[in-house]
Design a binder for this molecule. Structure first.
Ligand code: C2E
Ligand code: MG
Ligand code: MG
Ligand code: MG
Length: 294
């Protein structure tokens, strides 16, 4: 996986190594200092409108550029950050740093007015009473329209439907921020439950696409989920689109948007900016080859 995300990666830290208790506690100490040491970096993965292949926006994905261990993926350190209480500072840093990046891009690149910066928020963040104030202040300071921001929340974060979580979601929605349920299909929420929440988008987990070619009836299954999401009045987004065939199948089903290695891997800010400066559409040329697989 190390080569997959581009040249900026030297090596990728193996998540399995965290099973060593000693290493875990050392990593915990290091992670506490990572934000102030400026070791967190943001990558940006385009999200594409499937009907036209227009870039609708980018998802912000954090990485930890460890001075010795190389680039560490979030699946390794986000759970640790949640466990040791660093996630709050981490998510706030990501929100602020990525909104600053968006402000620069808006200034330099003449982005579409409906461009979406999509930021992942941990369940812990939704429980913070001042989350909405933090977001509102940032948007005002950077003179960004709230419509340019979408927060992605995993369904497990809201399955308990806590009072503060609902307050956060409703206030963000009132502010004009888009709200999306991430990794749909891996947790417990039913579609009728999603209907009651202040959300506008549902991102279907990539595990559902993985089985598209291998599991009997999977195409029909995915199509049915898509119909359910739309019948609930929500917009469906698919993650993990890796092949042209998958993109074509989803487009044929009427799926609005998606992201995945087929369109683009998550890119460092500079490369993402260069991409946005050079084109607003991905893979529209006919007969284009599949992306290189490292
Ligand atoms: P996610 O929000 O579901 O993000 C999608 C993940 O799928 C990303 O992994 C992305 O790199 C990967 N991906 C995208 N396209 C493809 C594809 O075509 N094939 C495959 N196999 N994978 C693809 P990544 O960057 O490792 O992030 C993992 C998870 O870490 C994210 O899942 C999200 O839950 C969490 N995360 C990332 N950044 C943040 C953050 O700033 N805050 C919080 N709280 N969580 C974050
Ligand atoms: Mg996400
Ligand atoms: Mg996801
Ligand atoms: Mg996922």
């Amino acid at each position: 996986a190390a080569k997959r995300e581009g040249r900026s990666i030297i090596k990728v830290f193996e998540p399995v190594m965290l099973y060593s208790r000693q290493l875990r506690s050392q990593m915990a100490t290091e992670l506490r200092g990572a934000i102030s040491a400026d070791e967190l970096v943001l990558h940006y993965q385009p999200v594409v409108e499937l009907a036209t292949n227009r870039i609708l926006g980018v998802e912000v994905l954090v990485r930890w550029q460890h001075p010795l261990r190389g680039l560490i993926p979030p699946d390794t350190f986000i759970p640790l950050a949640e466990e040791i209480g660093v996630i709050h500072d981490l998510d706030r840093w990501v929100m602020s740093a990525s909104l600053r990046q968006l402000a620069r891009w808006r200034r330099d690149l003449d982005l579409d007015a409906d461009f979406q910066l999509r930021v992942n928020l941990s369940a812990v963040e939704l429980k913070q009473l001042d989350l909405v104030d933090h977001v509102r202040t940032l948007l005002r300071e950077l003179e960004l329209p709230a419509q340019n921001l979408v927060v992605e929340i995993t369904e497990t974060a809201i399955v308990t439907r806590g009072e503060v979580e609902m307050y956060s979601l409703l206030s963000l929605q009132q502010l004009g921020v888009g709200i999306e349920i991430d990794d749909f299909g891996t947790g417990y929420s039913s579609i009728s439950y999603l209907r009651e929440l202040p959300v506008s988008m549902v991102k279907v987990d990539r595990s559902l696409l993985v089985e598209l070619d291998t599991r009997a009836g999977q195409l029909e299954f995915v199509a049915a989920i898509l119909q359910l999401i739309r019948a609930a009045g929500l917009e469906a987004v698919f993650e993990g689109i890796e092949t042209r065939e998958q993109a074509d199948q989803l487009r044929a089903m009427g799926c609005a948007s998606g992201q995945g290695y087929y369109f683009s891997r998550p890119l460092p800010a500079e490369e993402a900016g260069a991409l946005l400066a050079s084109t607003r559409h991905l893979r529209v040329e006919e007969g284009i080859d599949d992306p290189e697989v490292a």
